[in-house]
Design a protein around this ligand. Structure first.
Ligand code: 6PG
Length: 472
């Protein structure tokens, strides 16, 4: 009897890897899986039912079970583990095989790995996959980058397993090299900012409106029926009414106010600084997570550093309406910052990104999916070279009509001593971008005075230096 060979191989059978395997099987593919942890392999074997899945006991057996040229997906933790897996695979795989890293790898690592494997004519792709456990199982948003011909070999399978919005698959070829992992990094930075924005809104609703968890649940459900409709708003509604198994309290009230991170948001901020592209909402969200980790210091300073104590507002309904506007406004400015970074990175790294396509595949399956992405996609479709999404007529209209509520919310937050760093950064980004004049002339003057760094003038071209009179 001829040995059965499998269409695809999956290394890493944790929650994401296993669920993606089942998703592939749902679409008629056969898959061989391997994991260094035997228990994960056993879970796969136990759960596989009638699926054509083979759990290999070692890498050699895994490689030998795949159809040639092989396609191997990796869903292992980013960093050194990816390099270790590649090292183990390399002597066993051959020319034209394709390795797809579906984790959240840093884009510079992906470029390095592509180059390394290309020496042996092995293709390597950096593939962003978003949507968590249920996304992997029933349809994620997929951001594949690398050589176009490598993508074409897996396009049909990726389209089959991806999420669909109006029958359009949430996957497209993103671009060469590390483009896929770059776009995933930006997705995650936007995710950090949106999550922090929702968290700031929660604190305001709790401390200024005095809302209970049940009321918060109802409000978020209502919001999810309007312009704010999005995955993150939807799951937030559910979070508020989840009960704790251990105490029977609301679980949200039992969770420590100190958030962890795997750093993709930080990478986006770092890279945006390198490219000199302002993304203040994402920067503020990363800092907010960092600050949250200083739990002990925050507790001790709460007795020392004075500020206003939050008081309940009398105009609860009005406040809730302003908050809805503030969230909407800040969501749009956050997406705008992400798209702006992609616009510049595309030039810097020659990714040739089609931003309309990126917005299209973010409409479903991923963590940042939201109704507003439909308008963002249309805006980018109409004006592909747009320097900033905020200047598109429709998007500008949305911002202008929600700007007043945003200013009011920030004023109330400040009067009540409630930190809203991402709301503030979102408004400052908008105000900064719409100001024809900013006070940077003074910064230029200061640099020239203390360091002879020269300055540019408003009335003539060139670099100028002045002997400043420092004593007047
Ligand atoms: C996704 C998510 C996912 C990410 C988690 C945790 O798109 O499905 O972005 O890839 O790993 O959200 O990220 P942090 O640990 O950095 O919060």
């Amino acid at each position: 009897m001829e040995k059965q060979l499998y269409d695809y191989g999956m290394i890493g059978l944790g929650t994401m890897g296993r669920n993606l395997v089942y998703n592939m099987c749902d679409h008629g593919y056969t898959v061989a899986g391997f994991d260094k942890e035997l228990s994960k392999l056993e879970t796969l074997e136990k759960e596989k039912g009638s699926y054509k899945i083979f759990g290999a006991r070692d890498v050699k057996e895994f490689i030998d079970s795949l159809k040639k040229p092989r396609v191997i997906l990796l869903l292992v933790p980013a960093g050194q583990i990816v390099d270790a897996v590649i090292k183990e695979l390399k002597p066993l795989i051959s020319k034209d095989d394709l390795v797809m890293d579906c984790g959240n790898s840093h884009f510079t690592d992906t470029d390095r790995r592509i180059e390394h494997l290309a020496k042996d004519n092995i293709h390597f792709m950096g593939v962003g996959v978003s949507g968590g456990e249920s996304g992997a199982r029933y349809g994620p948003s997929i951001m594949p980058g690398g050589a176009k011909e490598a993508y074409e070999r897996v396009a049909v399978m990726l389209e089959a397993v991806s999420a669909k919005v109006n029958n359009e698959p949430c996957v497209t070829y993103i671009g060469p090299g590390s483009a896929g992992h770059y776009v995933k990094m930006v997705h995650n930075g936007i995710e950090y900012a949106l999550m922090q924005l929702i968290a700031e809104t929660y604190q305001l609703l709790k401390e200024v409106s005095g809302m209970s968890n049940d009321e918060l649940h109802d409000l978020f459900l209502k919001w999810n029926d309007g312009p704010l409709q999005s995955y993150l708003i939807e799951i937030t509604a559910a979070i508020f009414v989840q009960k704790d198994d251990l105490t029977q309290n609301y679980l949200i009230d039992m969770i420590l106010d100190s958030a962890h991170q795997k750093e993709t948001g930080k990478w986006m901020s770092q890279n945006a600084m390198d490219l000199q592209v302002p993304i203040p909402a994402i920067d503020a969200a990363v800092s907010a997570r960092d600050l949250s980790a200083y739990k002990n210091e925050r507790e001790s300073t709460s007795q020392k550093l004075k500020g206003p104590i939050a008081v309940f507002t009398k105009n609860k309904n009005e406040f809730v309406q302003w908050l809805e506007q503030a969230l909407y406004f800040s969501m749009i400015t956050t997406y705008s910052q992400g798209i702006s970074l992609l616009h510049h990175a595309s030039e810097a790294y020659k990714y040739e990104l089609k931003l309309e396509e990126v917005a299209k595949i973010w409409r479903g399956g991923c963590i940042i999916r939201a109704a507003v992405l439909e308008s963002i996609r249309s805006a980018l479709q109409q004006e592909p070279g747009l320097p900033n999404l905020m200047v598109n007529g429709v998007m500008a209209e949305k911002l202008i009509s929600s700007e007043e509520g945003t200013r009011r919310v920030i004023r109330i937050a400040s009067e009540n001593g409630i930190p809203v760093p991402v709301l503030m950064a979102s408004l400052a980004y908008y105000d900064g971008y719409r100001k024809g004049w900013l006070p940077s002339n003074l910064v230029q003057a200061q640099r020239d005075l203390f360091g002879a760094h020269t300055y540019q003038r408003t009335d003539r071209v060139g670099d100028f230096h002045t002997q400043w009179n420092q004593n007047s």
